[in-house]
Ligand binder design. Structure first.
Ligand SMILES: [Zn+2]
Length: 437
């Protein structure tokens, strides 16, 4: 698939939308937004911008928000969606997923990634963090389709003899792809979890992350059984144990963080680590409810993610945002916990911070990279429309997304993908899925 010339970054006017410029401000205002090439140039309150534009997008009746950031997923697991639901994490992974992953080919991962990219784009995601295998194929799909990504080759090295081959594969990928696709692809190193990586693997991968100036992405404190297993071996919590191994001496993006002590939260905050709350996956696998408000109060950057479609069902960040806001209130017995503006911030600006792009993304302001999502507000769920931001979080649907752009380049408009052939992708994935039944 070659890039569609009609989607090139050009001088663009988005006219007359309600714009959420900074999620934490908590409000939207009617404005015209000008994009020059890859960046936002101006936000003009009230509208009325004139002049010559290569492209004018009608934003009447729409909400314009910064692009959603899915800070934890395994894209190609779309191919395993719907297999063996309703199992606990350990059994589900060991009995259902890992044997099927043994059968995966690079071609499967390429097409499964395209399926995941399509699903993410049409529900408003513009950037994501992925950990999987055959990552060259994931990167190739990202390069073609036009999203932004931080990609890490999953390292599973529980025994000393597995360490070198796993880390060398991850290093090869990282050196090969960092900064590719005009800078849209950045890389991470991705040791899978405290229970699946040997201490020597953690030390090696941390050293390598320091050398390559890249972050670590891992699963952390996801289940009670993980905490018990690490405590039995080390007398420490998983977070304390990784701190002892000096893992937090490099930037860490830790998925889940469900089972944390107060001390764990202090450690994450002290080292500037990001936690990625994945509410749907945690609910579906009955892992628990992460202490999101406690982490935010303690100074931890909390992003949101879907996890893979096999454990979450879908890759819809609007749903994650709503669940995050609702679960935080139940956990705290307090309706003020994770208010809607903060939930949107976790799904946008805080996700950007997790990706190391906090100064480039996450708001609609002059000079920022032009990643954004236009959503229709015309459905009955947005009527009467007192609070556009609150309506988005508590009533919005992925299907409300009307247009998606990354670095000023239009990827999706009026129900059509402009950089991939969805019929072909779905057809291929359905045919491939027969091998995994
Ligand atoms: Zn995961």
């Amino acid at each position: 698939m070659s890039p569609n010339p009609y989607t090139a970054p050009v001088r663009t006017l988005i006219r007359g939308a309600m714009v959420i410029e900074r999620p934490e401000a908590g409000s939207a205002r009617r404005a015209d937004v000008v994009i020059e090439g890859r960046r936002y140039e101006a936000v003009v309150a009230g509208g009325g911008v004139g002049g010559a534009f290569d492209r004018v997008i009608d934003g009447e009746g729409c909400l314009l928000i910064p692009g959603l950031v899915n800070a934890h997923t395994h894209l190609a697991m779309t191919l395993f969606r719907g297999l063996s639901p309703d199992l606990p994490l350990k059994r589900w992974l060991e009995e259902e997923i890992w044997p099927r992953e043994e059968k995966l080919t690079s071609k499967d991962v390429y097409w499964g990634s395209l399926l995941g990219l399509a699903e993410m784009i049409r529900s408003g995601t513009t950037a994501f963090l992925d950990m999987y295998f055959f990552m060259d194929e994931v990167a190739r799909a990202v390069e073609e389709v036009g999203l932004r990504a931080l990609l890490g080759y999953g390292i599973i090295a529980p025994t000393p003899e597995r360490i070198a081959p796993e880390i060398e594969a991850a290093e090869r990928f990282a050196r090969g792809w960092d900064g590719k696709a005009e800078g849209r692809i950045r890389v991470a190193l991705a040791p899978h979890a405290p229970t699946t990586c040997h201490p020597a693997a953690w030390q090696w991968v941390t050293e390598l992350a320091r050398e390559l100036h890249v972050p670590l992405h891992t699963h952390l404190a996801e289940t009670e059984s993980e905490v018990e297993e690490i405590r039995a071996k080390t007398k420490k919590s998983p977070v304390e144990w990784l701190e002892e191994l000096e893992v937090f001496s490099v930037p860490v993006v830790a998925a889940h963080c469900v089972h944390l002590s107060e001390k764990d939260i202090e450690i994450l905050a002290a080292h500037g680590a990001s936690a990625v709350h994945c509410p749907t996956s945690n609910l579906k696998l009955a892992s628990g409810i992460a202490p999101v408000q406690e982490m935010l109060d303690g100074g931890v950057n909390v992003a949101l993610g879907t996890d893979g479609a096999a454990s979450a069902g879908d890759l819809n960040m609007i749903e994650e945002m709503r669940l995050a806001a609702l679960l935080a209130k139940v956990r705290a017995h307090n309706p003020h916990a994770l208010p809607a503006p903060e939930a949107l911030r976790c799904a946008t600006a805080r996700g950007a911070v997790a990706l190391g792009l906090g100064k480039e993304l996450g708001t609609i302001e002059p000079g920022r990279r032009a990643d954004g999502v236009l959503l229709s507000r015309e459905g009955p769920q947005f009527c009467p429309g007192y609070d556009p931001l609150g309506d988005l979080v508590y009533a919005g649907q992925g299907s409300d997304v009307k247009a998606v752009f990354v670095e000023g380049r239009l990827l999706f408009a009026e129900g059509e993908h402009l950089t991939l052939d969805l019929d072909e992708v779905q057809g291929r994935c359905c045919r491939m899925s027969r091998r995994f039944r």
